[in-house]
Design a protein around this ligand. Sequence first.
Ligand SMILES: Cc1ncc(COP(=O)(O)O)c(C=O)c1O
Length: 446
Amino acid sequence: MTPPTAALARQTNDLDAYWLPFTPNRAFKRAPKLIARAKDMHYFTPDGRAVLDGLAGLWCANTGHNRDPIVAAIARQAAELDYSPAFHFAHPKSFELASRVAALAPADLNRVFFCNSGSEAVDTALKIALAYHNVRGEGTRTRLIGRERGYHGVGFGGISVGGIVNNRKFFGSLLAGVDHLPATYNREQQAFTKGEPEWGAHLADELERIVALHDASTIAAVIVEPMAGSTGVLPPPKGYLQRLRAICDKHGILLIFDEVITGFGRLGCAFAAERYGVTPDLLCFAKGITSGAVPMGGVIAREGLYDAFMHGPEHAIELFHGYTYSAHPLACAAGLAALDLYRDEDLFARAKRLEPRFAEAAMTLKGLPGVLDVRTVGISAGIDLSAKPGAPGERGYEAMERAFHDEDLVIRITGDTLAIAPPLIVSEAQIAEIFTKTARVIKAVM
Ligand SMILES: Cc1ncc(COP(=O)(O)O)c(C=O)c1O
């Protein structure tokens, strides 16, 4: 028989079994980028190299990594209550967390439905929108409107309203009855803008064209990211979201904000809805709710929308939707501890204060060879690099590899676009370090 330690050693060195998500598996397994532990702004590789986190995990670890209060809350919760049924029963922390999230959300966004990821949050919101019209006797409203270059996770609802071709083209005909607004990005008009670009509010009027084509009576909801993160940090043009809200109101269409990235401080407010003074009917969140420590997502609904479901016999379920792990005790404990940290360290206001410095540091990349655009908003930046002739995405990939292996820095890529969005505890010196390293990486891959 193989001695247990030898078996363990063999297993931990075997990279074959794990099929990595959204990753070129063969390239990864040739040169693995392994992270063994983390603290605050840094990761540590198995051999102890400190690597600066320029992406808050994957846009989620907004408080920084392995913060003591979150770690302790998860440990306490695991010892006290591992799980209780999510349907027909509940545990106290689920109510506490829902109340805290509702208190952070603007206006009458007061009712919180929990799930486990951003993808589930999006599919939940789309289903709530369809069901809402149904219970009000407007069951013809079945169309869902997304936007080109939108990312709404990987569920069938999310990829259908999403606007990223590779996320859609392999997966059949997707949901029927979906249409898309045009993307809000135009390099000629917007290149090297700090914050929201002046040009582009008129693109919201495309919704009127879609309404004219399909008729408002067939349209349930419009879903957009207030700032599109995954396709390279595309802040909304000034006035765009306000215009979208007005057109939705005019036609009785629900407006859904996907704030999976923008929620919990990324743009200097609890939610982007607050930054832009626009209240959606449904707001999706995930990631930052637990600072990435335990999977969790959710949807915040306006009170009136929830009330529309509260009819019929009291013993009957009002919304036939939910997950075994909705409001999981460990996620709720992590969420409460993360919200305490955001409050106690005033991290949303900190992000707002740092925004101009962050933008300035990012703009130092302007003028480097091959840098086509730099965009910033809140504590996030998108940097477009020129593609290698005939090999789109290769330069971006090389940049990520060099950042990790040569510069001890984690950044994100989408094709040849780099994204930078560090935890909100990032210091000014670390902001400078991130962009100095990024500049060296860019020079090396050109
Ligand atoms: C705006 C947005 N929606 C949804 C998702 C999907 O979240 P998850 O990966 O947790 O399913 C993401 C992930 O990055 C996102 O950025």
